[in-house]
Design a protein around this ligand. Structure first.
Ligand code: FAD
Length: 412
């Protein structure tokens, strides 16, 4: 009975899948979402960027998100060797929302998927996409939780499977990332920061805190406050810098936290409330992002690095861009998927890539911690860090490498 034909089948009900499903449904398209897990399920990636509020609005999901009680976020704070600096996302070059939220993804992803379902989208949980045949009409082989397999065909396939990277694996599209392999270790804590005496360095719960290891600028930490007195805490480094990975992961995390004086002070009364997770080698790339039969969204295509919290924003941006092309194609127009989807999407991804690379080679850290920044330049960078990496009016987007290098020289 499950077999059928749809306009679009979407693999995965994370943020990119739910937003894409909602946008297509609003255009009158028959959409099916296949999600292998049952929600809520844990996912890393908890700090959103203001830019993604636009896509949530497009998908008619903004009201549900605004009412969910998530932690308000208006910027990013950075900390290294006693120096603190911050970007206020409401003070930015590009127009558009300047605030957003920090969310526990189990709850957030379920909220988006449930909102899409309320709008009328069909989502099947517990079913896994196992094979794909593109020789004629795109057809997926799906295995349900009772291990029965069935087939679904569609005019178009969207891969929103995140780290599952379903089509990249099944169609041999995987390519190595341009970035070196790094490992993240993370957990949730009852932070108890309000019980710590912080003197002249108060903690701002409305911002993500990115700290840099005092002696090794390749190691950095995130502290992402939630609205329930908890935080997401993580550290990122090349694997050899994390020490013996056989030992208890929480020991590695807390040993590194204690090497960073401000974090050590902030988290003096913190308690770990979730088993520590570890993700290695998460940066990934593909040879093809889209054809006239399928497109890869978000992490199912390329994933760069967590440092600027760009993952969910790129995922939703890709959903918005791809669904516009799909609607046109389904209505009989011909779409040049490279020119109209892959290239424009990569504009923004490449902007983030410039800053990620410059973060790790130290150039962008020099800019961030520079004591007397030019306010106009800071607004242009603030716009990018707020997620507006596709704004062609921002010279730090259109000529990201050259402009960045100009200010690096001024700051060094
Ligand atoms: P996902 O949210 O991963 O959803 C994919 C879904 O597809 C899953 O539910 C999965 O069960 C399903 N699926 C997989 N395989 C199959 C299959 N075969 N059949 C059916 N369903 C399937 N991003 C941010 O925005 N902010 C951050 O602060 C941030 N921090 C990060 C920290 C780290 C260490 C890492 C590694 C990433 C971080 N990210 C962050 C990135 C973020 O996690 C992802 O970009 C984001 O989750 C991508 O969303 P998505 O919708 O593409 O995929």
């Amino acid at each position: 009975p499950q077999t059928g034909h749809y306009d679009v089948v979407i693999i995965g009900a994370g943020p990119s899948g739910s937003v894409a499903a909602s946008l297509l449904h609003q255009q009158g398209k028959r959409v099916l979402v296949i999600e292998k897990q049952h929600f809520p399920r844990f996912s890393i990636g908890e700090s959103l960027l203001p830019c993604c509020m636009q896509m949530l609005e497009e998908a008619n999901m903004l009201e549900a998100v605004n009412q969910a009680g998530y932690q308000f976020k208006n910027g990013a704070a950075f900390n290294w060797q006693g120096r603190s600096t911050m970007f206020d996302f409401t003070n930015k070059f590009t127009p558009g929302p300047g605030t957003t939220y920090q969310v526990e993804r189990g709850h957030f992803d379920k909220l988006l998927a449930d909102t899409a379902a309320k709008q009328g989208v069909e989502i099947r949980y517990g079913d896994t996409v196992a094979a794909v045949d593109l020789s004629a009409t795109p057809t997926l082989t799906i295995v349900d939780s009772a291990q029965h397999s069935y087939k679904i065909s569609a005019e178009y396939l969207l891969d929103a499977s995140g780290y599952g990277r379903v089509l990249a694996r099944l169609l041999q599209l995987e390519r190595p990332s341009s970035l070196p392999s790094r490992t993240a270790i993370f957990t949730h804590i009852e932070d108890n920061i309000d019980k710590v005496e912080l003197g002249d360095r108060p903690f701002d719960r409305n911002k993500i805190l990115i700290s840099v290891h005092p002696d090794n600028r390749d190691i950095w930490y995130w502290l992402i406050p939630f609205s329930n007195g908890r935080c997401s805490l993580g550290v990122v480094a090349e694997p050899h810098l994390l020490g013996d990975l056989e030992t208890d992961t929480s020991n590695i995390l807390m040993r590194l936290v204690n090497q960073e004086p401000y974090l050590k002070q902030l988290l003096a009364k913190a308690k770990i409330v979730r088993e520590c997770g570890r993700l290695a080698g998460y940066s990934a790339n593909v040879s093809t992002l889209a054809t006239d039969k399928f497109a890869l969204l978000g992490n199912a295509g390329e994933f760069l690095d967590p440092v600027f919290s760009s993952g969910v924003t790129i995922a939703m941006q890709s959903a918005s861009m791809a669904t516009r092309c799909i609607v046109r194609q389904l209505e009989g127009e011909s779409v040049d998927w490279q020119a109209e989807y892959a290239t424009p999407l990569m504009r923004g991804v490449d902007t983030f890539r410039t800053y990620v690379q410059a973060w790790y080679d130290g150039r962008f850290q020099d800019v961030i911690f520079y004591e007397s920044p030019n306010p106009k330049i800071k607004q242009m960078i603030s716009a990018i860090l707020a997620g507006y990496a596709w704004d062609e009016n921002n010279p730090f987007v259109t000529e990201s490498e050259r402009r960045l290098n100009m200010i690096v020289e001024l700051c060094q």
